[in-house]
Write a new protein. Structure first.
Lengths: 308, 584
């Protein structure tokens, strides 16, 4: 069979209900669906202010068939730490506490409590679904917005002038058990990573590229294709880091040029050739940095005895 | 129970701790959409490209599901001679295959060949329509005649085929050498046609042994499929010299088991399949063969594999060579004088026209075989039928200008391949069936029997089209409509060939095809363009969880919640979902 039967790899349960309020083509509910498919119903979600606060549904509705705590913007990991402690007191060690946050709540507003929780190695799974701006409030830039991008606060004449924070390296530097990148456009890889994270204890961090058609100014049906392009052109490589030390690619990256990816999105339409070349150079440099990190991984995993 | 707190008068009270108690299903987000996804089976390009009108995607899909007998029945519903076409067809299906854009076309001909051979081992149940009183005569037992007879027999008619040669098969037996089509394979395919109740009378030449008007009097309808058996003349001086022979006559000789003496040096003039068959046969008789063609390799009308086989077996090619005259020595041909040509502007056939340069060159030769085309010759035939002297003019269903006289194959003025002949024979059978049922409506309703603008489907004519999962749209799926993300690269299976030096020593079949197991694997390379295979990609990628498995095995879309984003249609690997602005 030449078709990869992804259905064989993806557990099915219906913990995400229809009728949620995501925009057409939003990848965040897809990421949520895949995550809950793996985690199952023994899960408590902690949700600081983000798009998903709205997507989940207005009171008294909820599109998630698991408990959700809506929290203040900066407090996701802190609230999760408290819930974890309360569960542990009750002996509910197997219940997964999932913090589900956008890029604003992770890269900007929530980074202190995330860093604190990671420092304490709180037993929580933190998923940042990154749509690369404050989309819900009207597409304002965040520190996850890529260099050169248009947002309503970085108009085309003065586009985003800082590089996107390397949040994976920041989290890996906390030496937490597991940090990874993922995207629902590669659902098998996504599910494998959530499955791996679920089986671990301690702070686990997954950085999810989640295309936003209104904010990226692309067609409603183009988001997943763009995410695959971002992976293949190494703008958003698929990585895993264990214990902050062992870096690993989880798939092959074709190394396509970034220009077709940029040109398909309205938020990059103003870029001139020199700016595209600058982005390409940055992507290439970051890739070379990643290669050094990945190659630094010992060939023999720790704990395996080597005969001489 | 949390207490409620006072809010602005007139608004709803919100509890101190707001806990959601109901699901979001009360919000019908489907009202947001302006476009609607629909599952539509569309036409795979192989089906549209098949001159026979075989549901190729359909039988490959059945093979993928392991339903081998059903696949065989679907193939045999359209093609009476799959073991033959699997070997000799020029397979335009593979040129159309969307998999070319990924890792190479599916080797459809090799799968068809394996299915054809398998069908010999496991004879198919004879599915036939209700018997009908009318009797039909078919003149000629080549691919066109056999196809017409076979389909008419399946439609319920009594059919008699008249063949002037001692054995049936027409050009398949007399024109195509055994090393491409072993006679036992041909015999078995023809035996299946006969087993459908087709009576085949050999050694009867219509127009000589039996008059044409007697035939039309005795039978309710006649289909003429006598082929084109006369080699076109070069019309150059010296063509009458001993040693210059029509290629077709040579092939007929060799294919009847004779081994004529050719001498050492043979020149074959022409670039079509007859030329290649002549060249390869002559090499097997010990000759050193040169093929002279007036255009270049790119313009050669022969099947690519045949050209490559001829080259591998040692034939030399002289391109841009146009014969001007043959010279004589000792009462036999001695040299061929050629003019060097150059390619000019494209002609009516779309190929670049060869233009003379004035430069001459001479090749020494013992035997010349001419193969620049064939024409038909009808003896004692009705003079009032349009095209009787050149090629019969026929309508879309093979009807000639004379009532109840149909024609198909090379005797018409249409395309000249085995596959085209099989397709024309089927069209004539449907034409005769319509005619005898006194159905005289216009032919636009026949479009429902087509794969897009391809040939007619006999299964659809008999209303035995296998059940489709979804409503069909008669539109071809292009590679742009597909999403290759979910497909892995799987190399095309290669057929086993005899080594050229061994092949050249005899008339054994050169291409031994794929093993049955490899052919079944090759069938799984089919992308099933345009046809839902229930792979769950749409269900997995729907961000609104609006797609579910339906009770009947396909999918259901909850239109109350589908926001019309189009991700299902974009992510569908095979273009089986269409976004439409018409509310379903």
């Amino acid at each position: 069979m030449s078709q990869l039967r992804i259905d064989e790899f993806i557990p099915e349960n219906r913990l995400l209900a229809s009728g949620h309020l995501a925009c057409p083509g939003c990848a965040a509910p897809l990421a949520m669906k895949l995550t809950l498919n793996v985690l199952g119903s023994d899960t408590i979600v902690v949700m600081p202010a983000c798009c998903y606060t709205i997507i989940a549904g207005p009171w008294p509705q909820s599109s998630l068939q698991v408990p959700v705590f809506h929290t203040a913007f900066a407090t996701g990991p802190a609230v999760a730490s408290g819930i974890r402690a309360a569960l542990d007191v009750q002996g509910k060690h197997d219940t997964t506490v999932l913090v589900w946050v956008g890029d604003g709540g992770t890269f900007d507003i929530g980074i202190q409590s995330l860093s604190g929780a990671a420092e304490r190695n709180e037993n929580i799974l933190y998923v940042c679904y990154d749509n690369e701006a404050y989309m819900n409030t009207g597409i304002q830039r965040s520190s996850a917005t890529p260099w050169g991008a248009w947002t309503t606060t970085t108009p085309a004449q003065y586009p985003e002038s800082s590089n996107k924070k390397d949040i994976l390296a920041i989290m890996a530097a906390h030496n937490i058990p597991y940090a990874a990148t993922a995207t629902p456009a590669y659902p098998v890889d996504f599910v494998e990573k959530v499955t791996k994270a679920k089986a671990m204890r301690g702070t686990r961090f997954i950085h999810v590229l989640s295309p936003c058609p209104p904010g990226w100014k692309c067609g409603d049906d183009e988001g997943l294709e763009l995410a695959r392009m971002a992976v293949q052109n190494r703008v958003f490589p698929m990585l895993e880091v264990e214990d902050g030390q062992r870096w690993r690619f989880t798939m092959d990256h074709a190394g396509d040029l970034v220009e077709p990816y940029l040109r398909r999105q309205g938020r990059f339409r103003h870029l001139r050739a020199a700016q595209v070349a600058h982005i390409q150079a940055e992507v290439t440099a970051h890739w070379e940095l990643l290669l050094r990190r990945v190659q630094a991984e010992p060939l023999v995993p720790a704990g395996v005895a080597v005969a001489d | 129970m949390p207490e409620t707190i006072a809010t602005t008068p007139g608004t709803r009270a919100v509890p101190e701790v707001a806990i959601s108690t109901i699901s979001s299903l009360v919000t019908r987000t489907g009202s947001w959409k302006y476009q609607f996804p629909e599952y539509h089976d569309r036409v795979a390009p192989c089906n549209a490209g098949c001159p026979v009108g075989i549901d190729i995607e359909g039988y490959l899909n059945l093979l993928r599901e392991g339903r081998v007998d059903e696949a065989r029945d679907l193939l045999l519903a359209e093609n009476p001679l799959p073991a033959v076409t699997g070997r000799v067809c020029h397979h335009p299906c593979e040129n159309a295959c969307n998999r070319r854009a990924l890792d190479g076309a599916v080797a459809i001909h090799a799968v068809e060949r394996a299915m054809g051979d398998l069908a010999h081992e496991r004879p198919a149940p004879l599915l036939k329509g209700a018997p009908r009183a009318e009797r039909v005569a078919v003149v000629g037992s080549g691919p066109a005649g056999l196809a017409c007879a076979y389909h008419l027999a399946r439609f319920g008619y009594g059919v008699t085929v008249f063949e002037s040669a001692p054995l049936p098969g027409g050009m398949l037996r007399l024109g195509i050498p055994e090393f491409r089509l072993p006679r036992e394979v041909l015999d078995k395919d023809i035996a299946r046609v006969a087993a459908h109740g087709v009576e085949i009378k050999c050694d009867v030449r219509i127009g000589t042994d039996l008059a044409w008007d007697e035939l039309t009097r005795t039978f309710n309808a006649v289909c003429i499929a006598t082929g084109a058996h006369t080699s076109r003349a070069l019309d150059v001086p010296g063509e009458q010299l001993p040693g210059v022979r029509p290629g077709l006559a040579f092939l007929r000789n060799v294919n009847s088991g004779k081994r004529p003496k050719l001498g050492k040096r043979v020149i074959v003039v022409g670039g079509g399949n007859t030329a290649m068959d002549c060249a390869r046969s002559a090499m097997r008789l010990g000759a050193k063969v040169t093929v002279a063609y007036r255009r270049t390799r790119e313009q050669m009308p022969a099947i690519n594999e045949e050209i490559e086989d001829a080259m591998r077996e040692g034939a030399e090619f002289v391109f841009l060579a146009n014969p001007l005259e043959f010279t004589e020595k000792g009462g036999r041909v001695h040299t061929m004088v050629c003019e060097r040509m150059v390619l000019g502007e494209p002609d009516a056939s779309g190929r670049r026209r060869p233009l003379p340069t004035g430069e001459r060159f001479t090749l020494e030769v013992d035997t010349v075989l001419t193969a620049i085309g064939e024409s038909s010759a009808l003896e004692g035939f009705f003079t009032d039928v349009e095209g009787a002297d050149s090629g019969l003019r026929v309508d879309a269903l093979g009807g000639t200008s004379r009532d109840l006289l149909y024609a198909s194959g090379d005797v018409t003025d249409l395309a000249r391949t085995v596959a085209d002949a099989l397709g024309m024979g089927k069209r004539a059978a449907i034409g005769i069936d319509r005619h005898l049922r006194r159905y005289h409506g216009d032919t636009t309703e026949l479009n429902a029997l087509r794969f897009a603008d391809g040939n007619l489907s006999a299964a659809r004519w008999l209303r035995r089209d296998p059940i489709r999962r979804t409503a069909a749209v008669n539109k071809v799926v292009t590679a742009d409509d597909l999403n290759f993300t979910q497909f892995r690269r799987v190399p095309r299976h290669a057929e086993a060939h005899l080594e050229s030096d061994i092949a050249r020593r005899g008339f054994s079949e050169v291409n031994s095809g794929l093993s049955t197991a490899d052919a079944m694997d090759e069938a799984k390379r089919c992308l099933n363009c345009g046809v839902c295979t229930e792979c769950d990609v749409c269900l997995i990628f729907c961000p609104d969880a609006a797609i579910t498995h339906a009770a009947d095995g396909a999918y259901a879309i909850a239109m109350d919640y589908c926001k019309g984003c189009g991700i299902c249609a974009a992510e569908c690997p095979r273009g089986a979902i269409t976004m439409t602005q018409d509310r379903p």
